[in-house]
Design a protein around this ligand. Sequence first.
Ligand code: SAM
Length: 350
Amino acid sequence: MLYAKAKTSGAERARRMLMSRGLLSKEHLVMRKAERVYFPLVSLNEKDKKLIESEGLDIVRLPAALRGSKRRSHEMEISKLLDEKEKKLLARGFDQYGSIAVIDIDDALRHKEKEVARAIMDSNQNIKTVVAKAGPVHGIYRTREYRYVAGRRTFMAEHRENGCTFRFDVRKAFFSNRLSYERARVRDLSKPKENVMVMFAGVGPFAIEIAKANKDSKVVAVELNRDAYRYMLGNIALNKTSNVSAILSDVKELPPEYDNYADRIIMPLPQSSLEFLDDAFRIAKDGATVHLYMFGKKEEAPDMVKLAVRESAKRNGAKVSFLFSREVRPYSSKEVEIVVDFRIRRRRPG
Ligand SMILES: C[S@@+](CC[C@H](N)C(=O)[O-])C[C@H]1O[C@@H](n2cnc3c(N)ncnc32)[C@H](O)[C@@H]1O
Protein backbone atom coordinates (compact mmCIF):
# COMPACT_ATOMS: atom_id res chain seq x y z
CA MET A 1 0.00 0.00 0.00
CA LEU A 2 1.54 3.30 -1.12
CA TYR A 3 1.18 6.62 0.70
CA ALA A 4 2.11 10.19 -0.21
CA LYS A 5 4.09 11.69 2.67
CA ALA A 6 3.60 15.41 3.38
CA LYS A 7 4.79 17.80 6.08
CA THR A 8 1.95 18.82 8.40
CA SER A 9 2.25 22.41 7.15
CA GLY A 10 1.65 21.36 3.51
CA ALA A 11 -0.86 18.61 4.27
CA GLU A 12 -4.03 20.48 3.32
CA ARG A 13 -2.59 21.54 -0.04
CA ALA A 14 -1.44 17.96 -0.68
CA ARG A 15 -4.84 16.56 0.24
CA ARG A 16 -6.60 18.93 -2.17
CA MET A 17 -4.19 18.13 -5.00
CA LEU A 18 -4.58 14.34 -4.53
CA MET A 19 -8.38 14.62 -4.25
CA SER A 20 -8.76 16.78 -7.36
CA ARG A 21 -6.72 14.29 -9.39
CA GLY A 22 -8.59 11.26 -8.05
CA LEU A 23 -5.38 9.84 -6.49
CA LEU A 24 -6.50 9.68 -2.83
CA SER A 25 -7.76 6.24 -1.81
CA LYS A 26 -11.08 6.40 0.01
CA GLU A 27 -10.73 2.91 1.43
CA HIS A 28 -7.86 3.63 3.80
CA LEU A 29 -7.21 6.07 6.59
CA VAL A 30 -5.00 9.13 6.43
CA MET A 31 -2.23 8.59 9.01
CA ARG A 32 -0.31 11.13 11.10
CA LYS A 33 3.10 10.33 12.59
CA ALA A 34 5.95 12.54 13.82
CA GLU A 35 4.97 15.85 12.12
CA ARG A 36 4.19 14.02 8.87
CA VAL A 37 0.85 13.17 7.24
CA TYR A 38 0.53 10.01 5.11
CA PHE A 39 -2.18 10.01 2.40
CA PRO A 40 -3.27 6.57 1.11
CA LEU A 41 -3.06 6.35 -2.69
CA VAL A 42 -5.05 4.53 -5.36
CA SER A 43 -2.99 2.37 -7.74
CA LEU A 44 -0.65 4.71 -9.63
CA ASN A 45 0.78 4.80 -13.12
CA GLU A 46 4.19 6.33 -13.85
CA LYS A 47 2.65 9.69 -14.78
CA ASP A 48 0.76 9.86 -11.46
CA LYS A 49 3.96 9.07 -9.58
CA LYS A 50 5.87 11.83 -11.37
CA LEU A 51 3.04 14.27 -10.72
CA ILE A 52 2.98 13.52 -6.98
CA GLU A 53 6.76 13.81 -6.73
CA SER A 54 6.75 17.06 -8.71
CA GLU A 55 4.50 18.47 -5.95
CA GLY A 56 7.32 17.78 -3.46
CA LEU A 57 5.68 14.71 -1.87
CA ASP A 58 7.49 11.42 -1.22
CA ILE A 59 5.80 8.17 -2.17
CA VAL A 60 6.36 5.62 0.60
CA ARG A 61 5.20 2.14 1.53
CA LEU A 62 3.78 1.87 5.07
CA PRO A 63 4.13 -1.44 6.88
CA ALA A 64 0.77 -3.07 7.65
CA ALA A 65 1.30 -2.55 11.38
CA LEU A 66 1.35 1.22 10.95
CA ARG A 67 -1.71 1.47 8.73
CA GLY A 68 -5.11 2.65 9.96
CA SER A 69 -6.98 -0.12 11.71
CA LYS A 70 -10.36 1.55 12.29
CA ARG A 71 -11.64 0.69 8.85
CA ARG A 72 -10.78 -2.60 7.22
CA SER A 73 -9.92 -2.20 3.56
CA HIS A 74 -12.38 -3.70 1.14
CA GLU A 75 -9.41 -5.30 -0.61
CA MET A 76 -8.52 -7.19 2.58
CA GLU A 77 -12.11 -8.28 3.05
CA ILE A 78 -12.44 -9.38 -0.58
CA SER A 79 -9.15 -11.28 -0.37
CA LYS A 80 -10.78 -13.53 2.20
CA LEU A 81 -13.72 -14.27 -0.11
CA LEU A 82 -12.02 -14.96 -3.42
CA ASP A 83 -9.22 -17.19 -4.59
CA GLU A 84 -6.48 -15.85 -6.90
CA LYS A 85 -8.33 -16.88 -10.10
CA GLU A 86 -11.54 -15.27 -8.92
CA LYS A 87 -9.81 -12.01 -7.99
CA LYS A 88 -8.86 -11.57 -11.64
CA LEU A 89 -12.57 -11.61 -12.55
CA LEU A 90 -13.27 -8.57 -10.38
CA ALA A 91 -11.95 -5.35 -11.90
CA ARG A 92 -9.78 -3.59 -9.34
CA GLY A 93 -11.56 -1.28 -6.92
CA PHE A 94 -14.91 0.34 -7.53
CA ASP A 95 -16.27 3.69 -8.63
CA GLN A 96 -18.21 5.70 -6.11
CA TYR A 97 -21.09 8.09 -6.82
CA GLY A 98 -22.31 9.51 -3.52
CA SER A 99 -23.38 6.50 -1.47
CA ILE A 100 -23.46 4.14 -4.49
CA ALA A 101 -20.49 1.87 -5.27
CA VAL A 102 -20.27 0.56 -8.82
CA ILE A 103 -18.48 -2.76 -9.28
CA ASP A 104 -17.37 -4.38 -12.52
CA ILE A 105 -17.67 -8.14 -12.02
CA ASP A 106 -17.35 -10.98 -14.49
CA ASP A 107 -20.42 -13.22 -15.04
CA ALA A 108 -18.40 -16.20 -13.80
CA LEU A 109 -18.21 -14.55 -10.38
CA ARG A 110 -21.84 -13.51 -10.14
CA HIS A 111 -22.63 -16.10 -7.48
CA LYS A 112 -20.26 -14.24 -5.13
CA GLU A 113 -21.25 -10.66 -5.96
CA LYS A 114 -23.45 -10.19 -2.89
CA GLU A 115 -20.60 -11.21 -0.60
CA VAL A 116 -18.22 -8.86 -2.45
CA ALA A 117 -20.80 -6.07 -2.08
CA ARG A 118 -21.17 -6.75 1.66
CA ALA A 119 -17.38 -6.57 2.07
CA ILE A 120 -17.35 -3.18 0.32
CA MET A 121 -20.17 -1.82 2.48
CA ASP A 122 -18.66 -3.20 5.70
CA SER A 123 -15.34 -1.53 4.99
CA ASN A 124 -16.74 1.83 3.87
CA GLN A 125 -19.51 3.33 5.95
CA ASN A 126 -20.39 5.92 3.30
CA ILE A 127 -21.50 3.25 0.86
CA LYS A 128 -25.13 2.23 1.28
CA THR A 129 -25.78 0.65 -2.12
CA VAL A 130 -23.76 -1.57 -4.46
CA VAL A 131 -24.68 -1.90 -8.14
CA ALA A 132 -22.82 -3.72 -10.92
CA LYS A 133 -22.08 -2.61 -14.47
CA ALA A 134 -24.38 -4.63 -16.75
CA GLY A 135 -23.10 -3.51 -20.15
CA PRO A 136 -20.92 -0.95 -21.92
CA VAL A 137 -21.55 2.79 -22.20
CA HIS A 138 -23.60 2.96 -25.37
CA GLY A 139 -25.75 5.02 -27.70
CA ILE A 140 -25.96 8.70 -28.35
CA TYR A 141 -26.83 9.46 -24.71
CA ARG A 142 -23.71 7.55 -23.51
CA THR A 143 -25.64 5.67 -20.81
CA ARG A 144 -25.02 2.24 -19.30
CA GLU A 145 -27.19 -0.50 -17.78
CA TYR A 146 -26.62 -1.32 -14.09
CA ARG A 147 -27.82 -4.22 -11.94
CA TYR A 148 -28.80 -3.80 -8.31
CA VAL A 149 -26.61 -5.99 -6.08
CA ALA A 150 -26.98 -5.10 -2.39
CA GLY A 151 -27.89 -2.49 0.21
CA ARG A 152 -30.46 0.28 -0.19
CA ARG A 153 -32.36 -0.33 -3.43
CA THR A 154 -31.74 2.84 -5.43
CA PHE A 155 -29.94 4.08 -8.54
CA MET A 156 -30.17 7.75 -7.53
CA ALA A 157 -26.78 9.22 -6.68
CA GLU A 158 -26.05 12.43 -4.82
CA HIS A 159 -22.44 13.00 -5.69
CA ARG A 160 -20.06 15.77 -4.50
CA GLU A 161 -17.37 16.98 -6.85
CA ASN A 162 -15.17 20.07 -6.76
CA GLY A 163 -17.44 21.76 -4.22
CA CYS A 164 -20.69 21.10 -6.15
CA THR A 165 -23.45 18.50 -5.71
CA PHE A 166 -24.98 16.47 -8.53
CA ARG A 167 -28.14 14.34 -8.30
CA PHE A 168 -28.87 11.86 -11.05
CA ASP A 169 -29.97 8.30 -11.76
CA VAL A 170 -26.80 6.44 -12.78
CA ARG A 171 -28.80 4.47 -15.42
CA LYS A 172 -30.38 7.49 -17.10
CA ALA A 173 -27.56 9.98 -17.67
CA PHE A 174 -23.82 9.88 -18.23
CA PHE A 175 -21.56 10.94 -15.37
CA SER A 176 -17.95 9.90 -14.76
CA ASN A 177 -15.99 10.84 -11.64
CA ARG A 178 -12.82 10.19 -13.66
CA LEU A 179 -13.31 13.59 -15.30
CA SER A 180 -13.26 15.55 -12.04
CA TYR A 181 -9.68 16.76 -12.51
CA GLU A 182 -10.49 17.98 -16.05
CA ARG A 183 -13.54 19.85 -14.80
CA ALA A 184 -11.44 21.56 -12.12
CA ARG A 185 -8.74 22.36 -14.70
CA VAL A 186 -11.18 23.98 -17.14
CA ARG A 187 -12.96 25.78 -14.29
CA ASP A 188 -9.61 27.23 -13.15
CA LEU A 189 -8.79 28.42 -16.68
CA SER A 190 -12.18 30.16 -17.01
CA LYS A 191 -12.12 33.89 -16.48
CA PRO A 192 -14.72 36.27 -15.05
CA LYS A 193 -17.43 37.68 -17.33
CA GLU A 194 -17.06 35.06 -20.04
CA ASN A 195 -19.80 33.68 -22.25
CA VAL A 196 -19.27 29.92 -21.94
CA MET A 197 -20.87 27.26 -24.16
CA VAL A 198 -20.87 23.71 -22.77
CA MET A 199 -21.90 21.37 -25.57
CA PHE A 200 -22.99 17.84 -24.48
CA ALA A 201 -23.55 19.06 -20.92
CA GLY A 202 -24.99 15.88 -19.30
CA VAL A 203 -26.27 16.53 -15.77
CA GLY A 204 -24.32 19.80 -15.73
CA PRO A 205 -20.91 19.26 -14.05
CA PHE A 206 -18.72 21.40 -16.37
CA ALA A 207 -21.35 24.16 -16.62
CA ILE A 208 -22.19 24.31 -12.92
CA GLU A 209 -18.60 24.15 -11.66
CA ILE A 210 -17.56 26.99 -14.01
CA ALA A 211 -20.65 29.05 -13.18
CA LYS A 212 -20.15 28.64 -9.45
CA ALA A 213 -16.56 29.88 -9.71
CA ASN A 214 -17.50 32.81 -12.01
CA LYS A 215 -20.79 34.27 -10.88
CA ASP A 216 -20.66 37.04 -13.49
CA SER A 217 -20.12 34.65 -16.42
CA LYS A 218 -23.02 33.40 -18.53
CA VAL A 219 -22.94 29.66 -19.13
CA VAL A 220 -25.09 27.93 -21.75
CA ALA A 221 -25.35 24.14 -21.34
CA VAL A 222 -26.76 22.09 -24.23
CA GLU A 223 -27.96 18.51 -23.78
CA LEU A 224 -29.99 16.16 -25.96
CA ASN A 225 -30.99 13.50 -23.41
CA ARG A 226 -34.24 14.66 -21.75
CA ASP A 227 -33.45 12.80 -18.48
CA ALA A 228 -29.95 14.30 -18.22
CA TYR A 229 -31.43 17.75 -19.01
CA ARG A 230 -34.03 17.29 -16.24
CA TYR A 231 -31.31 16.37 -13.71
CA MET A 232 -29.22 19.33 -14.90
CA LEU A 233 -32.13 21.71 -14.15
CA GLY A 234 -32.33 20.22 -10.62
CA ASN A 235 -28.56 20.53 -10.19
CA ILE A 236 -28.57 24.19 -11.29
CA ALA A 237 -31.13 24.88 -8.52
CA LEU A 238 -29.28 22.71 -5.99
CA ASN A 239 -26.00 24.58 -6.56
CA LYS A 240 -27.67 28.00 -6.86
CA THR A 241 -26.02 28.69 -10.23
CA SER A 242 -28.72 30.77 -11.89
CA ASN A 243 -26.08 31.97 -14.40
CA VAL A 244 -26.42 28.60 -16.20
CA SER A 245 -29.06 28.36 -18.96
CA ALA A 246 -29.83 24.74 -19.80
CA ILE A 247 -31.04 24.04 -23.33
CA LEU A 248 -32.63 20.75 -24.40
CA SER A 249 -31.37 20.49 -27.98
CA ASP A 250 -29.04 18.90 -30.46
CA VAL A 251 -25.92 21.12 -30.63
CA LYS A 252 -26.35 21.11 -34.41
CA GLU A 253 -29.74 22.79 -34.04
CA LEU A 254 -28.75 25.74 -31.85
CA PRO A 255 -30.41 28.91 -33.16
CA PRO A 256 -28.37 31.72 -34.85
CA GLU A 257 -28.50 33.82 -31.66
CA TYR A 258 -25.53 31.68 -30.52
CA ASP A 259 -23.42 32.53 -33.59
CA ASN A 260 -20.32 34.45 -32.48
CA TYR A 261 -21.44 33.99 -28.84
CA ALA A 262 -18.78 32.22 -26.81
CA ASP A 263 -15.45 33.15 -25.23
CA ARG A 264 -15.01 29.52 -24.17
CA ILE A 265 -16.43 26.30 -25.62
CA ILE A 266 -16.30 22.85 -24.02
CA MET A 267 -16.78 19.77 -26.23
CA PRO A 268 -16.95 16.68 -23.99
CA LEU A 269 -18.30 14.05 -26.44
CA PRO A 270 -15.11 12.06 -27.00
CA GLN A 271 -16.45 9.53 -29.48
CA SER A 272 -17.60 12.21 -31.96
CA SER A 273 -16.58 15.76 -30.92
CA LEU A 274 -14.85 16.29 -34.26
CA GLU A 275 -18.21 16.13 -36.05
CA PHE A 276 -19.19 19.31 -34.21
CA LEU A 277 -16.12 21.41 -35.06
CA ASP A 278 -17.94 23.54 -37.64
CA ASP A 279 -20.57 24.28 -34.96
CA ALA A 280 -17.81 25.35 -32.56
CA PHE A 281 -16.37 27.75 -35.18
CA ARG A 282 -19.86 29.20 -35.73
CA ILE A 283 -20.42 29.72 -31.99
CA ALA A 284 -16.92 31.04 -31.17
CA LYS A 285 -16.10 34.73 -30.80
CA ASP A 286 -12.74 35.94 -32.11
CA GLY A 287 -10.17 34.78 -29.52
CA ALA A 288 -12.38 32.01 -28.07
CA THR A 289 -10.75 29.05 -26.28
CA VAL A 290 -12.01 25.53 -27.04
CA HIS A 291 -11.50 22.42 -24.88
CA LEU A 292 -12.11 19.38 -27.05
CA TYR A 293 -12.21 15.76 -25.79
CA MET A 294 -11.57 12.80 -28.09
CA PHE A 295 -10.86 9.07 -27.97
CA GLY A 296 -8.01 7.64 -30.01
CA LYS A 297 -4.75 5.75 -29.97
CA LYS A 298 -2.32 7.40 -27.59
CA GLU A 299 0.34 8.13 -30.23
CA GLU A 300 -2.08 9.32 -32.94
CA ALA A 301 -4.92 11.09 -31.17
CA PRO A 302 -3.40 14.59 -30.69
CA ASP A 303 -2.29 14.85 -34.35
CA MET A 304 -5.63 13.50 -35.60
CA VAL A 305 -7.48 16.16 -33.58
CA LYS A 306 -5.14 18.96 -34.71
CA LEU A 307 -5.57 18.00 -38.36
CA ALA A 308 -9.37 18.03 -38.09
CA VAL A 309 -9.29 21.38 -36.25
CA ARG A 310 -7.05 22.96 -38.93
CA GLU A 311 -9.33 21.69 -41.71
CA SER A 312 -12.40 23.07 -39.98
CA ALA A 313 -10.62 26.40 -39.44
CA LYS A 314 -9.89 26.59 -43.17
CA ARG A 315 -13.54 25.87 -44.06
CA ASN A 316 -14.63 28.57 -41.65
CA GLY A 317 -12.10 31.24 -42.67
CA ALA A 318 -10.42 31.20 -39.25
CA LYS A 319 -7.00 30.53 -37.76
CA VAL A 320 -6.14 28.39 -34.75
CA SER A 321 -3.32 28.10 -32.26
CA PHE A 322 -2.92 25.01 -30.09
CA LEU A 323 -2.48 25.75 -26.40
CA PHE A 324 -2.33 22.45 -24.54
CA SER A 325 -2.99 18.74 -24.80
CA ARG A 326 -2.99 15.88 -22.28
CA GLU A 327 -4.13 12.33 -21.78
CA VAL A 328 -7.24 12.43 -19.61
CA ARG A 329 -7.73 8.71 -18.86
CA PRO A 330 -7.32 5.29 -20.41
CA TYR A 331 -10.46 4.33 -22.34
CA SER A 332 -9.88 0.78 -23.59
CA SER A 333 -6.88 -1.51 -24.00
CA LYS A 334 -5.90 0.38 -27.15
CA GLU A 335 -7.41 3.84 -26.76
CA VAL A 336 -7.15 6.81 -24.42
CA GLU A 337 -9.25 9.94 -23.96
CA ILE A 338 -7.33 13.12 -24.67
CA VAL A 339 -8.11 16.81 -24.38
CA VAL A 340 -6.82 19.45 -26.80
CA ASP A 341 -7.17 23.15 -25.94
CA PHE A 342 -6.99 25.61 -28.84
CA ARG A 343 -7.69 29.26 -29.60
CA ILE A 344 -9.75 30.47 -32.55
CA ARG A 345 -8.77 33.64 -34.42
CA ARG A 346 -11.12 34.97 -37.01
CA ARG A 347 -9.38 36.43 -40.06
CA ARG A 348 -9.99 40.14 -40.38
CA PRO A 349 -12.12 40.95 -43.43
CA GLY A 350 -10.20 42.44 -46.41
C1 SAM B 1 -19.83 11.91 -22.55
S1 SAM B 1 -21.30 12.70 -21.99
C2 SAM B 1 -20.63 14.12 -21.17
C3 SAM B 1 -21.55 14.67 -20.12
C4 SAM B 1 -20.96 15.77 -19.24
N1 SAM B 1 -20.37 16.85 -19.99
C5 SAM B 1 -20.01 15.24 -18.21
O1 SAM B 1 -18.85 15.64 -18.19
O2 SAM B 1 -20.44 14.42 -17.37
C6 SAM B 1 -21.94 13.36 -23.50
C7 SAM B 1 -23.36 13.92 -23.42
O3 SAM B 1 -23.67 14.52 -24.70
C8 SAM B 1 -25.04 14.28 -24.99
N2 SAM B 1 -25.17 14.43 -26.45
C9 SAM B 1 -24.84 13.53 -27.40
N3 SAM B 1 -25.04 14.04 -28.64
C10 SAM B 1 -25.49 15.31 -28.46
C11 SAM B 1 -25.86 16.36 -29.37
N4 SAM B 1 -25.80 16.19 -30.68
N5 SAM B 1 -26.27 17.54 -28.84
C12 SAM B 1 -26.34 17.72 -27.49
N6 SAM B 1 -26.00 16.75 -26.58
C13 SAM B 1 -25.58 15.56 -27.07
C14 SAM B 1 -25.31 12.90 -24.42
O4 SAM B 1 -26.67 12.72 -24.15
C15 SAM B 1 -24.45 12.90 -23.15
O5 SAM B 1 -25.17 13.32 -22.03
